[in-house]
Design a binder for this molecule. Sequence first.
Ligand SMILES: O=C(O)CCC(=O)C(=O)O
Ligand SMILES: [Fe+2]
Length: 349
Amino acid sequence: MATETISPVLINQRPFDSKSSIISSHHSTFITKNPNDSTIVAVDNIEIPTVDYAVLFSDDLDKRSKALEHIDKVCEDFGFFYLVNHGVSDSMFEGVFKGISEFFNPTEIEDRKQYEKKHPTDRIRWGLRSSPGENREYLKVIAHPKYHCPTKPAGFSEAMEEYFKRLRVIVHGLGKAVSKAMGFEECYIEKAFKLDSGFDMSAMNLYPPNFRSKGSIGVPNHTDPGFFVSLIQDVNGGLQILSHNGEWINVNMPPNAIFINIGDHLEILTNGKYKSHVHRVVVDNNEVKRISVATLHGPSLDSFVCPAPEFVDEYHPPAYRGMTYKQSLEANGGDEIDVQSSIEQIRIE
Ligand SMILES: O=C(O)CCC(=O)C(=O)O
Ligand SMILES: [Fe+2]
């Protein structure tokens, strides 16, 4: 594959021109321009760590403390992991993917247009993107504090509600485990982000098979707001995440695992101890459509999020500006449902 290297640019988690293709070298990633080839290269040989949810709460103290040490290390050294043994049943997964598939039924596209953007305070939003920079259909809903979802097709809203309820328990459990793993009281994260009224937004995504796509990109490079982001999918294909070392890694999830990614606001709270990682979706190789559900688990909208005193000292000055979660969702021109990362605006250079 002949490529013309323009100039080696370490991506360092910043947005870049999605028309360029990317070649990963061992410890850095270079943007290269290759007019004949738009494939996006990522590696399969870096194993994404697995966290066993049940062991985090094991009665066996030795097992539990080893599991807590493990999750702390995984959050710090990677920032993302596969969560298994989480208690979402196979039938719950089936119900979710069946409901989403039916919602995105190709013959009813006119019906879905009622959820196109009307106002920044929309609680349900639908969109269809078909361009070289983005190829997906999506439905975004607010899942918490008040749940919203289209009422049709029959059973869809109920299946999603049941899933979001279970997911909240799991993610709050992870918050407790991580709080303890960092040496704090169990409800440290819960209190810091006022999670009783935590703001959760979920994006249900439908990616076309490659023959129907307008280019390689399903979703361009981004990080997500929130403290944890959870992702489930019906088939593997296309999610890639940029590692600490600047290598794009293919996310190949075990069946019915949940992919957990640290969100921007846990990076801010921990003053960069845990980091939010750039990811994207590539649709090049997808022979079939793919469905994913990405849920951004956020602080309450009025939570003021800044680096916590426990993570600040003379060697680690605050690296992010403080603002409310709502302000941060709007700082980059987004709104409460079309949430956009604003960590670049929040980071103190
Ligand atoms: O569909 C995926 O695999 C990822 C989607 C995503 O990153 C998002 O919706 O924020
Ligand atoms: Fe994302």
